[in-house]
Design a protein around this ligand. Sequence first.
Ligand code: XIL
Length: 351
Amino acid sequence: EVPAMKDRYEDSFPIGAAVEPYQLEGIHGEILKRHYSSIVAENVMKPVNIQPEEGVFNFEEADKIVQFAEENDMALRFHTLVWHSQVPEWFFLDEEGNEMIDETDPEQREENKQLLLERLENHIKTIVKRYRDEVDAWDVVNETIDPNASNARGLRESKWYQLTGTDYIKTAFETARKYAGENAKLYINDYNTEVEPKRTHLYNLVKDLLDQGVPIDGVGHQAHIQIGWPSIEETRDSINLFASLGLDNQITELDVSLYGWPPTPAFASYDEILESGRLFDQAARYSQLFELYGELEDKISHVTFWGIADDHTWLDDRAEAYNHGVGKDAPFVFDPDFNVKPAYWEMMGYN
Ligand code: XIL
């Protein structure tokens, strides 16, 4: 039996995995217990699943994950209290069932904004009160920055933003702090946090919020990355930049896609992936990455993969979106049969 990942990094940070409830059992459950010291829900704690209708909370699936973490003495991340995606429509409807965003009358706008913020507070309060003793880190707000936005600050022009400006972010953190308590760890989470201009936009937003006294403890770096992108230097600079604000950093959704640069055709099967030799490039990448995380361990309190093994990855569904055709991806350190890959040996430091 190979050494456990969680033991290798025990003195540095927990090693986590995103899971669907079905993965708590069988072979997935075994791998989780053996190699991982933390879990997060891949989907079931998102707003659309937790409060599908106003006032109707569905905690059944989420509870299973919380219980598994407790029983196996694992850390637990909560993902996510607020997001522009996987959020139910009802948040943004007025009493007549119409979308609230197109209002021009200032009084009506203010009324809409207050209604939305009230719904947000209720959502957060209900969840946080239920899980406050079990959750170690909260993704309070997810993906607030969009470098393609038409505003100069790069703020994502979601419905949240259109109706409240940045007040939804403020309200979310303040409400989370109020009900989770002083010791709770609250994160603003995003992807491409390594690269410009996104990194600077996020830095400016966080600095501004901190200056206003908004209770943010750290930045969650999703780290949906590729073999050749972003660079290790950019990654280091980003962690150091947010640490310079006195903030913690967590790696929250790590996966290393086989696609991107250098270019490669879509793989139709795992056999094609094996034949390509690409897994060795990926292994080299994992080596550099975990060397960096080790170097920065005082500034990084958590490393979570966005999955357990290559049998199940959201990147398969995204193949088309990344414009390389519909193909299999293999971003983790365990293969689809749960055997270790070259990337495993490299991240464990056996190079
Ligand atoms: C993804 C899940 O993995 C998919 O199953 C789902 O269909 C869409 O969301 N950034 C995030 C995660 O913050 O919540 C996303 O998870 C992946 C990108």
